[in-house]
Design a protein around this ligand. Sequence first.
Ligand SMILES: NC(=O)C1=CN([C@@H]2O[C@H](COP(=O)(O)OP(=O)(O)OC[C@H]3O[C@@H](n4cnc5c(N)ncnc54)[C@H](O)[C@@H]3O)[C@@H](O)[C@H]2O)C=CC1
Ligand SMILES: NCC(=O)COP(=O)(O)O
Length: 336
Amino acid sequence: MVQAAPLAVSLGDPAGIGPELIAEAWMRRERELLAPFFVVGGAGVLSAAAASRELSLPVVQIGCPAEATQAFASGLPVLGKQDCTPAFGVPDREGAALALYSLSQAAELAVSGEAGAIVTGPIAKSRLAAVGFSQPGQTEFVADVCGLDHKDAVMMLAGPSLRTVPLTVHAPLSAVPGLITRDLIEHKARIVARALARDFGLTLPHIAVTGLNPHAGEDGRMGHEDSAVIAPAIAALQAEGLAITGPHPADALFAAHERDRYDVALCMYHDQALIPIKTLDFDQGVNVTLGLPIVRTSPDHGTAFAIAGKNVASPGAMIAALRMAGECAMRRAAPL
Ligand SMILES: NC(=O)C1=CN([C@@H]2O[C@H](COP(=O)(O)OP(=O)(O)OC[C@H]3O[C@@H](n4cnc5c(N)ncnc54)[C@H](O)[C@@H]3O)[C@@H](O)[C@H]2O)C=CC1
Ligand SMILES: NCC(=O)COP(=O)(O)O
């Protein structure tokens, strides 16, 4: 049987909920059928985070990723001695530097093939920016490590109820109309179609594209982008053989009877894509980056500083991210 390399997990911000959820996921590894994973750095952070949830977490220091597979049964494998002493809910520079180190090393290990995938713990982008993180998000950071253009790394949110892709991501709403181009829609839709086939076994996924404006522009009465930019991009993609429809009015596209009709919704901006998934699937939502030479997933939520260390954060999305990374890594290691 083919076995993928262990998954590399980056710690996330030590003051956030990431470390406690990684610890919780390890405790539930058997019942959740999780593939072996290891964390880069933060042994002390993980122990403290586990203690805050009244978990007695054994941590096993490993010298290389390959040791994680065997160590995983007896403890949470941690690679490297980098660490800090976090105060839950109070992010600081030292913690941000550790989060950046962990992210960077985990991504490099996935690129080198020593790790089967990277699962990123949540970071606060503004905090990491203070210690040298120059990208808008971890999606673009991982793209840089892979040597890709940012537009080739496509964010998808996936849960049991639906999958959504934001065409524009961390852009102010006022900039969105100017960023929506035929090229961008066509480029990202092609990446989505290829990645859903490669990593999710959907050979010809149905992509439903939202409009930008109310009622998808109502024939130009409520904005021109839907008819002048989005519709022609969809027509060109249909001519290439993609199963793609739209622009659909976004207000109704996420109703239950509509969701059955497509595999993924390509949305025009961040909140159009993330509100439905976080409303329907917050606790099982995974942020997965499509188009990369490596597998990268993350829970859909952020650092949630206000609840860190309080034993209330749900591990569902972290567990879902670990599970999806393991499944995609297996699929790549043994293509069907
Ligand atoms: N993948 C990542 O690295 C992400 C990072 N962020 C970052 O996180 C920081 C905080 O962002 P917010 O918008 O406040 O989002 P957030 O997801 O951290 O929190 C939003 C709300 O959901 C709750 N929440 C989040 N995760 C939860 C869980 N597992 N269980 C129970 N409740 C949970 C929080 O307590 C809060 O009420 C920002 O700096 C942002 O950049 C946000 C989203 C994703
Ligand atoms: N809103 C999604 C988010 O902030 C996660 O972005 P990324 O860090 O995964 O690029």
